[in-house]
Design a protein around this ligand. Structure first.
Ligand code: SOE
Length: 369
């Protein structure tokens, strides 16, 4: 069920968006769906802000981020700007008393992410990071099944997140350069989603890891590249389960293939982001596909199912579910599984462990608690 924020007593949630790219459009659509009103948009320049405000349908364009952050008629700021700007903007938004939704990676160092999580706690504001794959109903279904012991003891994990938009040397993006994207690219951009989902579903943490990474092209579009395209990781969880995580933005034909496969002592589960209506369940005797169905779903999955089974839900629906939960939290509710700045911090800690291990030829590295 979608939360109607206009019924909370706080009135309509008034939204400001920083940034004007693909993610800003996804945030705008979800904000509207959750009943938010898009008051203002700001990008790097006044002309860019005007263009983005028109495209996104905002009431006004602000000349810069500072003006948007100090606007009295904005309750929540969505930060959809390049990675290296996140920490500073999120801190300023919290200082200005705003609730904040900051794109991942929350910060490009664990120390900055920790400062942000602490600042959010001190400010008593809702501070969320869009680890949105948590919002697929079949992910919640998998999580509920693991939590109630259906799969038995977790033995192994076989997970990957594969894309191909960086396949060619001419493929370029601001994320490719550490100055705008941070020291890690493929891992921070999509490996962060994968690790968040793994820990969310299995209910335990990755205790240690061994990572190798690869930068395939020294230059893209004539400019030097200083971030990785591919990461292969071995992991061990708190309970001793072993797993492999493959992350690549150069896997031809794979567009947004996030796959989570868990093998327990009684059962296996497999979720694929590009087939989000299904959960594969395997036992030694049989395997079957469980299809999304609000009538038989676990409660936490059922609440995210907006349309009857057979009417496929996807990426934007997951995003809508996330933003609806953020706005519900702003209205004083405590929605289950909301990814917060604490989760953004966790992700930054994992990123540093991956970078440290990869820099040491794959040395097994403990992930700080
Ligand atoms: C590009 O890799 C990207 O848009 C990511 O930045 C998003 O977080 C992911 O959800 C989809 O792919």
């Amino acid at each position: 069920m979608t939360t109607d924020v206009t019924d909370t007593g706080l009135g309509t949630i008034r939204v400001g968006i920083l940034g004007g790219g693909f993610m800003a459009r996804v945030h705008r659509t979800a904000a509207r769906d959750a009943g938010g009103e898009l008051r203002a948009v700001a990008t790097r320049s006044a002309s860019g802000s005007r263009r983005a405000a028109d495209e996104l349908g905002a009431i006004r364009a602000e000349v810069d981020a500072e003006t948007l952050l100090s606007a009295e008629d904005v309750d929540v700021v969505h930060i959809c700007t390049p990675n290296t700007t996140h920490a500073d903007l999120a801190l300023r938004a919290l200082d200005a008393g705003k609730h904040v939704i900051c794109e991942k990676p929350l910060a490009t160092s664990a120390a900055d992410a920790r400062r942000l999580a602490d600042a959010a706690e001190a400010a008593a504001r809702v501070a969320a990071v869009p680890f949105v794959y948590r919002y697929h109903p079949m992910v919640r279904e998998a999580r509920a099944r693991v939590a109630r012991g259906d799969i038995g003891d977790l033995l192994t994990l076989d997970c990957s997140y594969l894309q191909d938009w960086m396949l060619l040397p001419s493929d370029d993006d601001w994320r490719v350069r550490a100055a705008s994207g941070g020291a890690s690219r493929a891992f921070a951009d999509i490996g962060s989603h994968l690790c968040d989902l793994v820990e969310f579903v299995i209910g335990e943490r990755i205790r240690s890891l061994s990572a190798r990474s690869r930068r395939v092209f020294a230059e893209r579009a004539g400019q030097p590249v200083d971030t990785e395209d591919i990461v292969a990781i071995l992991v061990e969880t708190d309970s001793g389960a072993l797993g492999t995580l493959l992350i690549s933005q150069m896997a031809a034909g794979r567009k947004n293939a996030l796959t989570l496969e868990l093998h327990g002592s009684s059962q296996s589960l497999r979720f694929e982001q590009e087939r989000p209506e299904e959960l594969w369940i395997g036992t030694r005797d049989e395997s079957r596909l469980l299809l999304r169905d609000p009538a038989t779903a676990a409660p936490d999955s059922a609440r995210l199912q907006r349309v009857p089974s057979g009417h496929a839900m996807g990426y934007q629906d997951a995003f809508n579910g996330f933003i609806a939960d953020v706005y519900a939290a702003i209205a004083g509710e405590t929605p289950e599984g909301l990814p917060t700045f604490e989760d953004g911090y966790r992700s930054a800690v994992l990123t540093e462990a991956v970078l440290a291990s990869a820099a040491a030829d794959g040395r097994w590295t403990e992930v700080a608690a």
